[in-house]
Design a protein around this ligand. Structure first.
Ligand code: NAD
Ligand code: IPM
Ligand code: MN
Length: 341
């Protein structure tokens, strides 16, 4: 049995993960799901800890993990998200955040129809460093002379391994995105790691854009991108932009990976969407496509392709949730995908 840890989480997380698990089940691959239903904001509010050491060990002992979303309007502190999502990413060293964006149907593109629109790119986001490490502090906290510091950490090891990964998965080009014109030390390190990786992969084109220009291009000419590699924060932002030009945040999938260890934590790019939680309006496609990335990484390539194709067909048939112009609820939209497998 291949054990998959499942963390439904908060808001629409459980609603979309249920559909992803049912879709995986439809393949009859003998996957065995280990549900960590208690890892949510309710537990955090009651006990102060949502994900304990034992939970981390359960996830680490699994073959892969599937997560819905972490976040709740009752919790203001970043300690909760840090204690669950970032803890898993950091402790399991899932240094690659693989976020593909592929236009599901022409009618979903917000771009003008006279432009080429076939978006099909991957944002590779560095997932264990940058502004997310919690390093830093506050001086003279609370007063009007307060100074807040959040260190933007880039190490040679962390940068070179994620840039190298981007080149190994590229079909034609890697575009490295940084802010080296303003951010001195990290900018220089990313530039050097990118040049060294480009020299190791002469068969792959290497492009560079500053993050402001990259955000602009991601909107005006997203079809030009193949693989975008960038740091933790820029990757967070650019993957949301890419999701929007590829059909919408409800459709975007992601994989948090450690390629050497072959372990992945799969989750939709979106959050817990408190504004629609409980209304059955959540689009399950992002979670289902995340389950598809899980299948592909487990070697079930044919099933993964069938899953992607079934999603495309359901979307083309308008058998979708309201965010994509359909009228189905979460469950019916999931069913529409499974009916096309
Ligand atoms: P969000 O992604 O939850 O929602 C942004 C907008 O997109 C909302 O209008 C929402 O209704 C819509 N949306 C999101 N997913 C959708 C879906 N599947 N179907 C249809 N519409 C969808 O982002 P937010 O509002 O900034 O954050 C809400 C909470 O989620 C916060 O606590 C945040 O920290 C957390 N969050 C968690 C993750 C994660 O677990 N990976 C990712 C992003 C945000
Ligand atoms: C994401 C989310 C998280 C991030 C938040 C919830 C900490 O936005 O997975 O994209 O920024 O990594
Ligand atoms: Mn995000």
């Amino acid at each position: 049995m291949t054990r998959i840890a499942v963390i439904p989480g908060d808001g629409i997380g459980p609603e979309v993960v249920e559909q992803a698990v049912m879709t995986l089940d439809a393949f009859g691959l003998g996957l065995d799901f280990d549900h960590l239903d208690h890892v949510n904001a309710g537990t955090y509010l009651r006990t102060g800890v949502a994900l304990c050491d034992e939970d981390v060990a359960r996830v680490a002992a699994s073959r892969s993990a599937l997560l819905g979303a972490i976040g709740d309007p009752r919790v203001a502190s970043p300690a909760y998200g840090r204690g669950v999502l970032l803890r898993l990413r950091f402790e399991l060293d899932l240094y690659v955040n693989h976020r593909p964006a592929r236009l599901l149907s022409d009618r979903l593109s917000p771009l003008r129809p006279d432009r080429p629109r076939a978006v099909d790119c991957v944002v590779i986001r560095e997932n264990t460093e940058g502004l997310y490490t919690g390093m830093g502090g506050a001086l003279r906290a609370g007063g009007e002379h307060e100074i807040a510091l959040d260190i933007d950490l880039s190490t040679h090891r962390g940068t070179s391994r994620v840039v190298e990964h981007a080149f190994t998965i590229a079909r034609r080009e890697v575009c490295m995105v940084d802010k080296a014109n303003a951010v001195e030390h990290g900018g220089s390190l990313w530039q050097r790691c990118w040049r060294a990786a480009a020299a190791r992969h002469p068969d792959v084109a290497a492009r560079h854009l500053y993050v402001d220009a990259a955000a602009m291009r991601m909107v005006t000419d997203p079809t030009g991108f193949d693989v975008v590699v960038t740091n933790n924060s820029y990757g967070d932002i650019l993957s949301d932009v890419a999701s929007a030009v590829a059909g919408g945040i409800g459709t975007a999938a992601s994989a948090n990976l450690n390629p050497e260890r072959g372990f992945g934590l799969y989750e939709p790019v979106h959050g817990s969407a408190p504004d629609i939680a409980g209304t059955r309006a959540a689009n399950p496609v992002g979670a289902i496509l995340s389950a598809g990335l899980l299948l592909a990484d487990l070697g079930h390539t044919a099933e993964a392709a069938a899953l992607r194709n079934a999603v495309d067909l359901a979307v083309a048939d308008g058998e979708t949730t309201p965010d994509l112009g359909g009228s189905l609820d979460t469950g019916k939209a999931g069913q529409a995908v499974r009916a096309r497998l």
